[in-house]
Design a protein around this ligand. Structure first.
Ligand code: FAD
Length: 438
């Protein structure tokens, strides 16, 4: 679907203060914040049930200085978090946007926990690459589907109207003011403001090929409905866009099962071997850049090798349990057994293990065949510190906002700037800022 801009039609079928395009985490947080600010809110979601990429994620939100961290004795603050984000992105992010997200995340996590009764807990048993503190927060089952369902429940409870099966295809605009929007099914709704919460363009193969050709052939692991509507509108309006080549990949998706294997399998000490049984990259750098590293190997696949202790850590993730149930995780008592199970050259696993520090991986060994995938795009519409969309001349559109995956995030300009959690960080912080308005 190509999203378009049209002149104000002079009349609407209905009118509301805040219209939110997209019912993922961004849209729901924005809607909740807008309700708290006293506005009537309608969320327009193209699908029959609002889920988006949020439901596909592990639902983990990074935040620095939360009550959960204090309880766990973790000393963290927004400047430390901001420094981690910038270090991962090689300093290529807008510093004001990084500071905004780093300082807003903890209040938003506290707000979701206390005001909206989301039982977010801290992931306190393993480290994510690039985070100098443990600061990932998620629902107990670590499932994004639970997160989006809980957010929808709270939004509905707060009086947000959620229209499903309501793809938005038109923005009506007069003199840079958005006066309303049009649904593909026909209705036109007038409004005081619009929040674009329709994520990026990973579901649009033509745009992926144009903006990030090096990952164009990878498995797309995000939500198909995220086909770049925000970019279509931005281009039609002359809005500024940034870092369109930035994305989060993942180099640990079970193949051919298509199930995410948590990167904890690597941060906890696992390794990746290619089809020849050789290690081929530094797994500690991060899972996003690992996608291309895996795809560059023979057959575009690798074997992730770990042990029972690591499997126990990984098992807190529903996806990992699903992978086990699907038979993607193979177990063998020794290196020879793993070589046979994963069709690796004889002696290769033993050689790789002997190069590791003693005791890093111990039998029985676990292994999964994996490939690299594109998870979500990180570039997008440029916004200011109020989440208003910026025109190419750098002045803000007065009543048009973008947040979450629709907006340019803080992951630099390529595949190696993504710090774990940057996706939901942008969703909940910019979503909250946009929803609250100013
Ligand atoms: C497998 C996977 C794992 C991930 N794990 C994590 C993680 O643990 N932590 C993290 O921070 N991030 C993670 N991410 C990224 C994270 O999921 C996204 O950054 C985040 O969900 C974006 O939220 P959103 O609300 O902007 O988009 P979405 O959740 O995708 O919601 C956008 C919604 O807009 C709707 N929509 C699109 N176009 C239109 C239109 N024209 N009209 C109406 N509706 C429209 C879509 O149907 C969709 O429901 C992961 C992503 C994937 C794919």
């Amino acid at each position: 679907m190509t999203a378009t801009v049209a002149p104000d039609p002079g009349g609407f079928d209905a009118r509301v203060h805040t219209l939110v395009v997209g019912g993922g985490a961004t849209g729901m947080v924005a809607a909740l914040a807008a309700r708290e600010a006293g506005h009537d809110v309608v969320v327009c979601e193209r699908d029959s049930v609002p889920r988006g990429s949020t439901a596909l994620s592990a639902g983990l939100i990074p935040a620095a200085g939360t009550a959960q961290q204090r309880e766990a004795g973790i000393d963290d603050d927004p400047p430390t978090f901001a420094a981690d984000i910038q270090a991962k992105a090689h300093g290529r992010n807008d510093p004001a946007l990084v500071d905004l997200m780093a300082r807003t995340a903890a209040p938003v996590v506290d707000w979701l926990t206390e005001a909206h009764d989301l039982p977010l807990t801290l992931v306190d048993d393993f480290d994510y690459p690039g985070h100098s503190r443990r600061r990932m927060h998620g629902l107990p089952d670590r499932a994004g589907r639970s997160l989006i369902d809980a957010l929808r429940d709270r939004a509905e409870g707060a009086g947000v109207d959620i229209l499903c099966g309501a793809a938005v295809d038109t923005l009506f605009v007069r003199d840079r003011i958005v006066t309303g929007l049009g649904l593909a099914r026909g209705e036109r709704i007038g409004c005081d403001r619009v929040i674009l919460a329709c994520n990026g363009f990973g579901g649009n193969r033509a745009r992926v090929a144009r903006h990030m050709p090096d990952i164009a052939d990878a498995v797309w692991f995000g939500h198909d409905g995220n086909d770049g509507a925000a970019l279509d509108w931005a281009e039609a309006l002359g809005a500024a866009t940034r870092h369109l080549g930035a994305y989060q990949g993942h180099g640990n998706v079970a193949h051919p099962h298509g199930i995410l294997i948590t990167w904890a399998t690597l941060t906890e000490g696992g390794i990746q071997l290619n089809r020849d049984g050789r290690r081929f990259h530094d797994e500690s750098r991060g899972y996003s850049e690992a996608a291309r590293a895996v795809l560059a190997q023979p057959g575009g696949v690798a074997v992730t090798l770990f042990d029972a202790r690591i499997a126990a850590v990984a098992r807190q993730f529903g996806d990992f349990r699903d992978a086990e149930a699907a038979g993607a995780v193979r177990i063998a008592a020794d290196a020879d057994g793993i070589e046979v199970a994963m069709d690796l050259p004889p002696g290769s696993v033993a050689a790789a293990l002997s190069a590791l520090p003693r005791g890093r991986l111990t039998p029985p060994f676990h292994a999964v065949r994996v490939t690299g995938a594109l998870f979500h795009t990180q570039g997008g519409v440029s916004v200011d510190e109020t989440a208003r969309v910026l025109h190419a001349d750098r002045s803000p559109f007065p009543n048009l906002y973008a947040a979450g995956g629709a907006a340019c995030g803080v992951s630099g300009d390529g595949d190696d700037g993504y710090l774990s959690g940057n996706g939901l960080l942008s969703a909940v912080t910019l979503g909250h800022v946009a929803g609250r308005g100013s």
